[in-house]
Design a protein around this ligand. Structure first.
Ligand code: ZN
Length: 339
């Protein structure tokens, strides 16, 4: 069963478009950077369109590969080759893109998805089928490179965001507290590993060890954002990262936004509002492209114990001198402002 989550463009919101995964493999493109432990193949399933557009396709594919490798750098402790089916469309809705990876339903359990299992356990549980999928909306003006125009959305930021959903940064909780198989609260259902760490403000689990959603906590799913009555991600690493004794605030807008609800860090909470895993892009232009402490904490809690920010690339000494000169100037400015 395929599960997806979407990223919105930050304007008016609407339901995400259901993804129909095509079954044919057109061709794969394999990126093999010298040191990356995660490698990616993308099967582009819309010949002549989107990522295969005769004019723009090559740059779009290159940007997707660069984004995947940038994300892969956080997973240098793992070795896996990930295969994605990539579709595209052009629709004047408010979804930028969506992505996911399948899980096998097993009522009463929290399941790693196919991509997550492949990275963490080294098991390819669906054989030669694609491990994950991405669906991209090319109606928007996308900034593919490292300069993103004031009318453009940041392609690489969005691609990293979407790939992270497919890595298991995703909830299976549906409207009214149903799970992957649509069971009502009170009945065992299948959930994501991510779901196993969700609580209310007081630390009460939304779903118990038997995979049963607590009916009394259904209102938390639509508590509105920046609201203590909402949902929190309360894994051990998450609690250490916030340092407040309360988990990371999770996005629970009211009304509910299918495909977006619960699968993101709260866009409106002060501690989580600049995460790459917020539900909406942070407007036009260059967006967040790095994983912060909260994002890394979630990934550790959902099983990626070896995830880590990539080592900084050494900067030549001449450049350091110039940078320290600039920092001196910035320091003066800062002092003036605060005086
Ligand atoms: Zn998303």
């Amino acid at each position: 069963m395929n599960i997806q989550s979407s990223r919105f463009n930050g304007n008016v919101l609407s339901a995400s478009k259901p993804l129909i995964a095509a079954g044919c493999l057109v061709f794969g493109l394999m990126a093999q950077p010298a040191q990356a432990a995660l490698t990616f193949s993308f099967n582009y399933l819309n010949p002549g369109e989107g990522f295969d557009d005769p004019t723009f396709g090559a740059d779009r594919k290159a940007a997707l590969n660069e984004a995947a490798n940038a994300l892969g750098a956080y997973f240098s402790g793992y070795t896996a080759h990930l295969v994605y089916d990539v579709t595209s469309y052009s629709s004047d809705e408010y979804v930028l893109a969506s992505a996911g990876s399948g899980s096998y339903p097993e009522p009463g359990t929290f399941q790693k998805n196919i991509v997550q299992t492949k990275i963490i356990d080294g098991d390819d549980i669906n054989g030669s089928d694609a491990d994950g999928y991405i669906n991209w909306n090319f109606i928007w003006d996308w900034g593919l490179g490292d300069t993103v125009g004031t009318d453009q959305y940041d392609f690489k930021s969005t691609a990293i965001h979407e790939l992270l959903h497919s890595f298991g940064f995703i909830s299976y909780i549906g409207e009214g507290g149903t799970g992957l198989e649509g069971q009502a609260p009170g009945t065992p259902d299948t959930w994501s590993i991510y779901d196993s760490f969700l609580t209310d403000f007081s630390g009460n689990w939304l779903i118990d060890n038997n995979g049963v959603f607590d009916p009394s906590l259904v209102p938390a799913l639509t508590a509105g954002t920046e609201n203590a009555a909402g949902v929190f991600f309360s894994g051990e690493n998450a609690l250490a990262a916030t340092g407040t004794g309360v988990g990371i605030p999770i996005y629970t807008p009211n009304p509910l936004e299918p495909g977006s609800n619960v699968s993101h860090l709260d866009d409106n909470s002060d501690i989580s509002n600049m995460s790459i895993m917020n539900a909406k892009a942070h407007g036009h232009g260059l967006d967040v492209r790095t994983l912060g402490a909260l994002d890394l904490a979630v990934l550790k809690d959902i099983g990626y114990s070896k995830v880590a920010a990539p080592a900084a690339v050494p900067v030549p000494s001449a450049v350091w001198l110039m940078l320290s000169g600039l920092m001196g100037l910035l320091g003066v400015n800062r002092q003036r402002k605060s005086a």
